[in-house]
Design a protein around this ligand. Structure first.
Ligand SMILES: [Zn+2]
Length: 377
Protein backbone atom coordinates (compact mmCIF):
# COMPACT_ATOMS: atom_id res chain seq x y z
CA UNK A 1 0.00 0.00 0.00
CA UNK A 2 1.23 3.50 -0.79
CA UNK A 3 2.29 5.45 2.29
CA UNK A 4 0.41 8.54 3.39
CA UNK A 5 2.55 11.67 3.10
CA UNK A 6 1.93 14.39 5.69
CA UNK A 7 3.04 17.45 3.78
CA UNK A 8 3.80 20.75 5.51
CA UNK A 9 3.87 23.86 3.34
CA UNK A 10 6.37 25.98 5.23
CA UNK A 11 7.47 29.50 4.46
CA UNK A 12 10.31 31.55 5.97
CA UNK A 13 8.71 34.94 6.35
CA UNK A 14 11.19 37.79 6.54
CA UNK A 15 13.01 40.67 4.88
CA UNK A 16 16.23 40.07 2.93
CA UNK A 17 19.17 38.69 4.91
CA UNK A 18 20.91 42.08 4.97
CA UNK A 19 17.77 43.86 6.20
CA UNK A 20 16.94 45.45 2.85
CA UNK A 21 13.54 45.47 1.20
CA UNK A 22 10.08 46.72 1.98
CA UNK A 23 7.98 44.88 4.56
CA UNK A 24 4.70 45.46 2.73
CA UNK A 25 6.14 44.34 -0.60
CA UNK A 26 8.27 41.37 0.58
CA UNK A 27 6.03 40.14 3.41
CA UNK A 28 2.48 41.44 3.80
CA UNK A 29 1.39 41.31 0.14
CA UNK A 30 2.90 37.94 -0.86
CA UNK A 31 1.73 36.30 2.39
CA UNK A 32 -1.86 37.31 1.60
CA UNK A 33 -1.49 36.10 -1.96
CA UNK A 34 -0.13 32.76 -0.79
CA UNK A 35 -2.81 32.20 1.85
CA UNK A 36 -5.45 32.99 -0.79
CA UNK A 37 -4.07 30.10 -2.85
CA UNK A 38 -4.07 27.78 0.19
CA UNK A 39 -7.57 28.85 1.25
CA UNK A 40 -9.00 28.17 -2.21
CA UNK A 41 -7.90 24.51 -1.85
CA UNK A 42 -8.62 24.10 1.85
CA UNK A 43 -4.95 23.82 2.76
CA UNK A 44 -3.43 25.21 5.96
CA UNK A 45 0.09 26.54 5.53
CA UNK A 46 2.79 27.40 8.07
CA UNK A 47 4.91 30.53 8.31
CA UNK A 48 8.21 30.70 10.14
CA UNK A 49 8.04 34.29 11.26
CA UNK A 50 11.47 35.85 11.68
CA UNK A 51 11.30 37.47 15.10
CA UNK A 52 14.64 39.27 15.41
CA UNK A 53 13.52 41.65 12.69
CA UNK A 54 10.26 42.41 14.48
CA UNK A 55 12.07 42.88 17.79
CA UNK A 56 14.45 45.35 16.08
CA UNK A 57 11.49 47.29 14.66
CA UNK A 58 10.04 47.46 18.19
CA UNK A 59 13.39 48.52 19.67
CA UNK A 60 13.68 51.55 17.37
CA UNK A 61 9.99 52.44 17.12
CA UNK A 62 9.93 55.32 19.60
CA UNK A 63 12.64 57.19 17.67
CA UNK A 64 11.11 56.24 14.31
CA UNK A 65 7.29 56.22 14.32
CA UNK A 66 7.21 54.74 10.78
CA UNK A 67 8.72 51.57 12.25
CA UNK A 68 5.96 51.38 14.85
CA UNK A 69 3.29 51.56 12.14
CA UNK A 70 4.96 48.69 10.23
CA UNK A 71 5.53 46.59 13.36
CA UNK A 72 1.86 47.03 14.32
CA UNK A 73 0.87 45.92 10.83
CA UNK A 74 3.22 42.92 11.12
CA UNK A 75 1.36 41.91 14.30
CA UNK A 76 -2.01 42.37 12.62
CA UNK A 77 -1.06 40.32 9.54
CA UNK A 78 0.34 37.49 11.67
CA UNK A 79 -2.80 37.38 13.81
CA UNK A 80 -5.08 37.54 10.78
CA UNK A 81 -3.20 34.69 9.08
CA UNK A 82 -3.30 32.56 12.21
CA UNK A 83 -7.03 33.17 12.62
CA UNK A 84 -7.54 31.91 9.05
CA UNK A 85 -6.24 28.55 10.24
CA UNK A 86 -2.60 28.82 9.17
CA UNK A 87 0.24 28.24 11.58
CA UNK A 88 2.96 30.62 12.74
CA UNK A 89 6.23 29.27 14.14
CA UNK A 90 9.66 30.43 15.22
CA UNK A 91 12.50 31.56 12.95
CA UNK A 92 15.58 33.50 14.13
CA UNK A 93 18.16 35.48 12.14
CA UNK A 94 20.80 36.65 14.64
CA UNK A 95 22.33 39.21 12.25
CA UNK A 96 19.56 41.54 13.51
CA UNK A 97 21.04 41.38 17.05
CA UNK A 98 23.23 44.41 16.35
CA UNK A 99 20.91 46.28 14.01
CA UNK A 100 21.27 49.99 13.36
CA UNK A 101 18.67 52.13 11.64
CA UNK A 102 19.50 55.37 9.83
CA UNK A 103 18.08 57.26 6.83
CA UNK A 104 15.35 54.69 6.40
CA UNK A 105 17.75 51.77 6.06
CA UNK A 106 18.87 48.92 8.25
CA UNK A 107 22.48 47.99 8.80
CA UNK A 108 22.80 44.56 10.32
CA UNK A 109 26.07 44.00 12.12
CA UNK A 110 25.44 40.79 14.00
CA UNK A 111 26.99 37.47 12.99
CA UNK A 112 24.68 35.55 10.63
CA UNK A 113 25.18 32.19 12.33
CA UNK A 114 23.57 31.54 15.70
CA UNK A 115 26.24 28.85 16.19
CA UNK A 116 28.82 31.61 16.75
CA UNK A 117 26.99 33.10 19.74
CA UNK A 118 27.42 32.12 23.40
CA UNK A 119 24.72 29.80 24.80
CA UNK A 120 23.32 32.71 26.85
CA UNK A 121 23.07 35.04 23.86
CA UNK A 122 21.56 32.35 21.61
CA UNK A 123 19.03 31.43 24.31
CA UNK A 124 18.11 35.09 24.86
CA UNK A 125 17.33 35.63 21.17
CA UNK A 126 15.23 32.48 20.80
CA UNK A 127 13.41 33.00 24.10
CA UNK A 128 12.59 36.63 23.26
CA UNK A 129 11.26 35.59 19.84
CA UNK A 130 9.16 32.77 21.26
CA UNK A 131 7.75 34.98 23.99
CA UNK A 132 6.84 37.71 21.49
CA UNK A 133 5.01 35.23 19.28
CA UNK A 134 3.13 33.62 22.15
CA UNK A 135 2.13 36.99 23.63
CA UNK A 136 0.81 37.96 20.22
CA UNK A 137 -1.22 34.82 19.53
CA UNK A 138 -2.41 33.59 22.94
CA UNK A 139 -5.05 36.32 23.20
CA UNK A 140 -6.70 34.76 20.12
CA UNK A 141 -5.88 31.12 20.99
CA UNK A 142 -4.97 30.32 24.58
CA UNK A 143 -3.53 26.95 23.46
CA UNK A 144 -1.05 28.50 21.06
CA UNK A 145 2.62 27.55 21.52
CA UNK A 146 5.73 27.86 19.40
CA UNK A 147 6.71 24.20 19.08
CA UNK A 148 9.05 24.05 16.08
CA UNK A 149 12.21 25.85 15.07
CA UNK A 150 14.04 26.69 11.89
CA UNK A 151 17.34 28.45 12.35
CA UNK A 152 18.25 31.41 10.12
CA UNK A 153 20.45 30.27 7.20
CA UNK A 154 19.94 26.65 8.41
CA UNK A 155 22.58 27.03 11.17
CA UNK A 156 21.96 24.26 13.69
CA UNK A 157 24.95 21.90 13.57
CA UNK A 158 27.39 21.16 14.91
CA UNK A 159 26.89 22.93 18.23
CA UNK A 160 27.56 21.88 21.82
CA UNK A 161 24.42 23.64 23.06
CA UNK A 162 21.84 24.60 20.37
CA UNK A 163 19.61 21.52 20.61
CA UNK A 164 19.74 21.62 24.40
CA UNK A 165 18.58 25.24 24.34
CA UNK A 166 15.65 24.31 22.09
CA UNK A 167 14.66 21.60 24.58
CA UNK A 168 14.78 24.17 27.40
CA UNK A 169 12.43 26.35 25.35
CA UNK A 170 9.94 23.50 24.93
CA UNK A 171 10.53 23.08 21.21
CA UNK A 172 9.30 19.66 19.99
CA UNK A 173 11.19 19.50 16.71
CA UNK A 174 13.79 21.30 14.64
CA UNK A 175 13.71 21.48 10.83
CA UNK A 176 17.02 23.24 10.11
CA UNK A 177 18.77 20.22 8.64
CA UNK A 178 18.59 20.03 4.85
CA UNK A 179 20.70 17.25 3.42
CA UNK A 180 23.34 18.02 0.82
CA UNK A 181 23.60 21.73 1.57
CA UNK A 182 27.01 23.32 1.87
CA UNK A 183 27.64 27.04 2.31
CA UNK A 184 30.98 28.74 2.32
CA UNK A 185 29.99 32.38 2.00
CA UNK A 186 31.16 35.58 3.67
CA UNK A 187 28.35 35.14 6.22
CA UNK A 188 27.84 31.42 6.62
CA UNK A 189 29.95 28.30 6.85
CA UNK A 190 28.12 25.02 7.07
CA UNK A 191 28.34 21.54 5.67
CA UNK A 192 25.35 19.18 5.60
CA UNK A 193 26.71 16.95 2.84
CA UNK A 194 27.29 14.05 5.28
CA UNK A 195 24.00 13.75 7.17
CA UNK A 196 23.03 10.35 8.59
CA UNK A 197 19.36 10.93 7.70
CA UNK A 198 18.01 13.53 5.30
CA UNK A 199 14.40 12.45 4.79
CA UNK A 200 12.74 10.83 7.84
CA UNK A 201 12.31 12.16 11.40
CA UNK A 202 15.08 11.12 13.80
CA UNK A 203 16.54 11.65 17.25
CA UNK A 204 19.73 13.70 16.77
CA UNK A 205 23.04 13.44 18.57
CA UNK A 206 22.59 16.41 20.92
CA UNK A 207 25.88 18.06 19.92
CA UNK A 208 25.58 17.45 16.19
CA UNK A 209 22.14 17.38 14.53
CA UNK A 210 23.69 15.89 11.39
CA UNK A 211 24.02 12.57 13.20
CA UNK A 212 21.32 10.15 14.33
CA UNK A 213 21.52 9.26 18.02
CA UNK A 214 21.61 5.69 19.30
CA UNK A 215 18.86 6.50 21.78
CA UNK A 216 15.68 8.47 22.27
CA UNK A 217 16.46 12.17 22.83
CA UNK A 218 14.34 15.05 24.18
CA UNK A 219 14.02 16.66 20.72
CA UNK A 220 13.32 15.41 17.18
CA UNK A 221 14.82 16.55 13.88
CA UNK A 222 12.61 16.56 10.81
CA UNK A 223 14.78 17.44 7.80
CA UNK A 224 13.61 20.06 5.34
CA UNK A 225 13.17 18.21 2.06
CA UNK A 226 15.61 18.35 -0.84
CA UNK A 227 15.80 16.48 -4.13
CA UNK A 228 17.84 16.13 -7.28
CA UNK A 229 16.33 17.82 -10.34
CA UNK A 230 16.87 16.25 -13.75
CA UNK A 231 19.42 18.04 -15.93
CA UNK A 232 16.83 18.77 -18.60
CA UNK A 233 14.37 20.54 -16.27
CA UNK A 234 17.06 22.46 -14.41
CA UNK A 235 18.52 23.73 -17.69
CA UNK A 236 15.09 24.76 -18.97
CA UNK A 237 14.33 26.53 -15.68
CA UNK A 238 17.63 28.47 -15.79
CA UNK A 239 17.04 29.54 -19.38
CA UNK A 240 13.61 30.92 -18.46
CA UNK A 241 15.10 32.79 -15.51
CA UNK A 242 17.89 34.22 -17.70
CA UNK A 243 15.31 35.43 -20.23
CA UNK A 244 13.30 37.08 -17.47
CA UNK A 245 16.44 38.92 -16.36
CA UNK A 246 16.67 40.53 -19.81
CA UNK A 247 13.17 41.97 -19.54
CA UNK A 248 12.80 45.58 -18.31
CA UNK A 249 12.82 45.94 -14.53
CA UNK A 250 9.57 46.89 -12.77
CA UNK A 251 9.00 50.57 -12.03
CA UNK A 252 9.59 50.13 -8.32
CA UNK A 253 13.14 48.98 -7.91
CA UNK A 254 12.86 47.80 -4.28
CA UNK A 255 12.24 44.30 -5.47
CA UNK A 256 15.09 44.11 -7.93
CA UNK A 257 17.53 45.70 -5.50
CA UNK A 258 16.77 43.32 -2.70
CA UNK A 259 17.21 40.34 -5.00
CA UNK A 260 20.62 41.61 -6.08
CA UNK A 261 21.63 42.06 -2.46
CA UNK A 262 20.46 38.53 -1.74
CA UNK A 263 22.71 37.23 -4.52
CA UNK A 264 25.80 38.99 -3.19
CA UNK A 265 25.19 38.02 0.40
CA UNK A 266 24.92 34.39 -0.64
CA UNK A 267 27.71 34.18 -3.22
CA UNK A 268 29.84 31.11 -2.54
CA UNK A 269 33.52 31.73 -1.99
CA UNK A 270 35.57 30.27 -4.83
CA UNK A 271 37.04 26.89 -4.00
CA UNK A 272 40.80 26.64 -3.85
CA UNK A 273 41.00 23.78 -6.26
CA UNK A 274 39.57 24.15 -9.77
CA UNK A 275 39.31 20.36 -9.93
CA UNK A 276 37.03 20.27 -6.88
CA UNK A 277 34.94 23.00 -8.48
CA UNK A 278 34.70 21.13 -11.76
CA UNK A 279 33.71 18.00 -9.87
CA UNK A 280 30.93 19.77 -7.94
CA UNK A 281 29.56 21.81 -10.83
CA UNK A 282 30.04 19.24 -13.55
CA UNK A 283 30.32 15.64 -12.50
CA UNK A 284 28.06 15.42 -9.44
CA UNK A 285 25.01 17.01 -11.13
CA UNK A 286 25.65 14.73 -14.10
CA UNK A 287 25.53 11.62 -11.93
CA UNK A 288 22.83 12.56 -9.39
CA UNK A 289 20.99 15.48 -10.99
CA UNK A 290 21.23 18.96 -9.53
CA UNK A 291 20.81 19.29 -5.75
CA UNK A 292 17.79 21.45 -4.99
CA UNK A 293 16.26 22.52 -1.71
CA UNK A 294 12.48 21.99 -1.86
CA UNK A 295 11.99 25.76 -1.81
CA UNK A 296 8.82 26.49 -3.76
CA UNK A 297 9.85 30.07 -4.55
CA UNK A 298 12.84 28.76 -6.50
CA UNK A 299 11.09 26.04 -8.52
CA UNK A 300 8.85 26.11 -11.56
CA UNK A 301 5.94 23.74 -12.04
CA UNK A 302 7.91 21.01 -13.79
CA UNK A 303 10.56 20.99 -11.03
CA UNK A 304 7.79 20.97 -8.39
CA UNK A 305 6.40 17.88 -10.12
CA UNK A 306 9.84 16.24 -10.02
CA UNK A 307 10.10 17.16 -6.35
CA UNK A 308 6.79 15.46 -5.58
CA UNK A 309 7.82 12.34 -7.53
CA UNK A 310 11.04 12.20 -5.49
CA UNK A 311 9.08 12.54 -2.22
CA UNK A 312 6.73 9.72 -3.22
CA UNK A 313 9.64 7.48 -4.26
CA UNK A 314 11.46 8.00 -0.99
CA UNK A 315 8.31 7.63 1.13
CA UNK A 316 7.55 4.32 -0.56
CA UNK A 317 11.16 3.15 -0.17
CA UNK A 318 10.97 3.86 3.58
CA UNK A 319 8.38 1.11 3.97
CA UNK A 320 6.56 3.27 6.54
CA UNK A 321 2.83 3.91 6.59
CA UNK A 322 2.96 7.58 7.67
CA UNK A 323 5.73 9.88 6.43
CA UNK A 324 5.99 13.59 7.35
CA UNK A 325 7.66 15.89 4.79
CA UNK A 326 8.57 19.53 5.30
CA UNK A 327 8.80 21.93 2.37
CA UNK A 328 10.43 25.35 2.23
CA UNK A 329 9.33 28.61 0.64
CA UNK A 330 10.31 32.27 0.82
CA UNK A 331 7.40 34.62 0.20
CA UNK A 332 9.91 37.42 -0.44
CA UNK A 333 11.34 35.53 -3.46
CA UNK A 334 8.13 34.44 -5.22
CA UNK A 335 7.98 36.08 -8.65
CA UNK A 336 5.14 34.12 -10.25
CA UNK A 337 2.50 32.49 -8.06
CA UNK A 338 0.97 30.44 -10.90
CA UNK A 339 3.47 27.56 -10.47
CA UNK A 340 2.68 27.21 -6.78
CA UNK A 341 -1.01 27.51 -7.53
CA UNK A 342 -0.91 24.55 -9.96
CA UNK A 343 1.18 22.52 -7.53
CA UNK A 344 -1.16 23.23 -4.59
CA UNK A 345 -4.09 22.12 -6.74
CA UNK A 346 -2.35 18.81 -7.59
CA UNK A 347 -1.51 18.18 -3.94
CA UNK A 348 -5.03 18.98 -2.73
CA UNK A 349 -6.41 16.35 -5.13
CA UNK A 350 -3.89 13.61 -4.30
CA UNK A 351 -5.36 10.80 -2.21
CA UNK A 352 -1.96 9.85 -0.71
CA UNK A 353 -1.18 13.35 0.64
CA UNK A 354 -2.51 15.07 3.74
CA UNK A 355 -1.53 18.69 4.24
CA UNK A 356 -0.58 19.51 7.82
CA UNK A 357 0.73 22.48 9.75
CA UNK A 358 3.89 22.42 11.86
CA UNK A 359 1.69 22.44 14.96
CA UNK A 360 -0.10 19.32 13.66
CA UNK A 361 3.27 17.64 13.06
CA UNK A 362 4.45 18.43 16.59
CA UNK A 363 1.30 16.86 18.03
CA UNK A 364 1.59 13.77 15.84
CA UNK A 365 5.28 13.36 16.70
CA UNK A 366 4.45 13.57 20.41
CA UNK A 367 1.59 11.06 20.05
CA UNK A 368 3.88 8.56 18.31
CA UNK A 369 2.10 8.62 14.97
CA UNK A 370 5.39 8.79 13.09
CA UNK A 371 8.29 6.45 13.49
CA UNK A 372 11.28 8.43 14.74
CA UNK A 373 14.61 6.91 13.81
CA UNK A 374 17.43 6.08 16.16
CA UNK A 375 20.75 4.82 14.81
CA UNK A 376 19.57 1.25 15.37
CA UNK A 377 16.31 1.55 13.45
ZN1 LIG B 1 15.23 33.05 7.09
Amino acid sequence: MAPTIYLAFVDDWELSGNGSGDVAELQFRPMRELTKIYDARGIRGSFNAELMQQLAFRKFQSAHPELKALADQWDAVVRETYLQGHDIQLHIHPQWSKAEYADGEWRLKGDWSILNYSPDDAYQMMAAGKEYLENLLRPVDSAYAAVSFRSGSWCIAPSPHMLGLLVRLGIVFDMSIVGGVRYETKNINLDYTQCDEDFLPYYPVMTDARQVSHKVEPIVCVPTNHFYGSRRQVLRHHLTKATQRLLPKPATSTDARSVEAYGQEWAQKAHASPIARLYEKGLVPYLKGKHLISDLAQLDYSLLTEMLASIRRRATASGLEHVPVILENHTKDIRDFSHIERFVKDVSQASDIKCVTLGDLAKDLSKGKFQIRTANS
